[in-house]
Design a protein around this ligand. Structure first.
Ligand code: DQQ
Length: 554
């Protein structure tokens, strides 16, 4: 059924209807972007035995045309589901997919699939050779804990490598497999690339190279999966089932030993103590190398925060983040993320604030002239003095999310809170805040960023937490504190300090069904805050999987 329009996004990736979860096998091939995703063609909920690979294509990562499903659970080696996996562009240019099948006996195995006709620009049909699975379940891994093959990379010894997630004798392990031909795969005899006793099963593991940044002009450039050598670092990214969060560690990958040496060993083996990819609500992310623009692009799934009954009524569930360019910060430890620049093709009406606008204590300015439910907002805050920053005990540093809850936007502070009020109803009964606060701890300043959903909707039965994280920047060195927020009906993606922190949230304001959403910039700190720059654009709706629109793209 069509369901209600409520909450549907205008420029984020969604299938026309039904359930979607993990991004799968994103790639750039023959002038076209391909995106696959975990999809239930039969309904709006995840269904353990019914997962297919949905498939869409795009010329610009903005507008998408839906094709038929690429993989369906129809073979003995995937009869109970085609689960997550990745694409690899083989030498000669043909793509291959590796994915997890739930086989006829309910066990997880790894399968390969190839395009039936590589000359078809849309790669509509995919063959699953009958010799699958290419990696059967190992004897020391339980049948329900062996999945999510990564994109492959080619070693100097001519062998392909992938990582697969497995629980080996009770320990969550990231296993390396090697292959001379992409068909015969052997588990590396070395120790797993990573093993975590504490965190429990991990999913969607990935190891990919990033360029060591010099602070020069070519910053932000991405690398192909097989890049190695001088100036190359690697990122190990893992999705932890226990918290439903994605974490990463930057390090050095030793290709000869298939070992990963973390840049921050002090964070330990428990993945939950690693850096978060996003401090909000995303999971099962996957990146790919976009050869067209020499960049690495990340996708991630943001599931619904309303009830399953709501999803059934809507007829759909799940959104993908807007594709993000991903690169390594100059510090060699943290990643930076930023919406791909193609989003700017959707920018329509632009409004701004007068240069030199100052927000005094309790100040609040409405940004009028753009539709507040579909906007791209960039704002810079300049704090004239950090002297009033509140002191913070060490124990309060441990739980930024809790701190965001206790010190919400309406709790006045020393330096901050300042930021945006988005998706606000005319009477402000519904509103979501995205804001910063500066604290002082042992002579150092700490920048906190929050997205607080507590008042985002008057509806009951919706998950509306405060989200938050500390931003890894030297506040004293930074002239201004920058924020970019993408608003798209139920989807809110915020990027702090030039992409050093991301917070994605799902929101369901009731007022949006019948009236406009308002947008404000505010300061609730004791001292004044300057706003040297604020630009807001209304964004046009993209063409995203509208029924029968494939002709528009090709
Ligand atoms: N979702 C897939 C699995 C993966 C999980 C099944 C992560 O392959 O481990 O839909 O969300």
């Amino acid at each position: 059924g069509g369901g209600s329009r409520a909450g549907r996004t205008a420029y984020h990736f969604q299938p026309a209807k039904n359930w979607q979860n993990d991004p799968n096998g994103p790639m750039y091939y023959n002038g076209m972007y391909h995106f696959f995703y975990q999809y239930n063609p039969h309904g709006a909920l995840w269904d353990i035995g019914n997962l297919s690979w949905g498939h869409s294509v795009s010329g610009d990562l903005v507008n998408w045309a839906a094709l038929d499903t690429a993989l369906d659970p129809t073979s003995p080696f995937d009869a109970n589901g085609c689960w997550s996996g990745s694409a690899t562009i083989l030498p000669g240019g043909t793509p291959a997919i590796l994915y997890t099948g739930i086989d006829a006996s309910g066990e997880q195995v790894q399968n390969v699939a190839f395009p039936r006709n590589p000359a078809d620009p849309l790669l509509r049909e995919w063959d699953k050779p009958s010799y699958n699975p290419v990696i059967p379940l190992p004897a020391d891994v339980p049948g329900d804990k062996f999945r999510d093959p990564s994109t492959a990379w080619l070693g100097r010894d001519g062998l392909w490598r992938i990582v697969v997630s497995a629980e080996v004798r009770g320990v969550a392990s990231t296993l390396v497999y090697r292959s001379p031909d992409f068909l015969r795969w052997e588990r590396a005899a070395t120790a797993p690339l990573h093993a975590s006793r504490a965190a429990g099963m991990v999913e969607c593991p990935d190891l990919f190279p990033v360029k060591e940044e010099s602070g020069g002009d070519d910053d932000g450039e991405g690398l192909d999966a097989s890049a190695s050598g001088d100036g190359v670092r690697h990122v190990l990214k893992l999705s932890v089932m226990d918290t439903l969060q994605d974490y990463y560690m930057v390090g050095r990958y030793d290709a000869a030993a298939d070992a990963f040496v973390p840049a921050e060993p002090e964070r330990g083996d428990d993945v939950r103590a690693w850096r978060r990819l996003d401090y909000g609500h995303v999971y099962a992310s996957k990146s790919f190398f976009d050869a067209r623009h020499s960049r690495r692009v990340l996708w991630a799934w943001a599931n619904e925060s309303d009830s399953q009954a709501d999803d059934v009524a809507k007829g759909w569930s799940g959104v993908q983040t807007f594709p993000r360019k991903l690169w390594l910060d100059e510090d060699g430890k943290q990643l930076r993320q930023w919406p791909v620049e193609e989003i700017e093709t959707l920018r329509r009406k632009r409004v701004g604030l007068r240069r030199g606008t100052v927000l005094s204590a309790g100040g609040m300015n409405e940004i009028v002239g753009v539709a507040g439910s579909q906007a791209d907002v960039e704002v810079e805050f300049k704090v004239p003095s950090l002297a009033e920053a509140e002191a913070l005990d060490a124990n309060r540093l441990l739980d930024p999310q809790k701190l965001c809850g206790e010190k919400g936007a309406s709790v006045p502070g020393g330096v901050g809170p300042f930021g945006l009020i988005v998706l606000a109803s005319g009477d402000l009964r519904e509103h979501t805040t995205v804001f910063f606060r500066v604290f002082r701890h042992q002579g150092r300043y700490r920048l906190l960023m929050c997205t607080d959903l507590t008042r985002s909707t008057t509806r009951a039965g919706v998950y509306k937490p405060p989200y938050g994280g500390f931003v890894d920047v030297d506040v004293e060195e930074h002239e201004t504190i920058k924020l970019r927020t993408l608003i798209d009906h139920s989807m809110l993606e915020s990027f702090g300090a030039e992409g050093r922190i991301c917070i994605t949230a799902r929101v369901y304001p009731e007022h949006a069904e019948t009236s406009n959403s308002h947008l404000f910039v505010f300061n609730n700190g004791t001292g004044k805050v300057e706003v040297p720059k604020l630009e807001a654009w209304e964004l046009a709706a993209a063409t995203v999987n509208a029924v029968g629109d494939a002709g528009l793209i090709v």
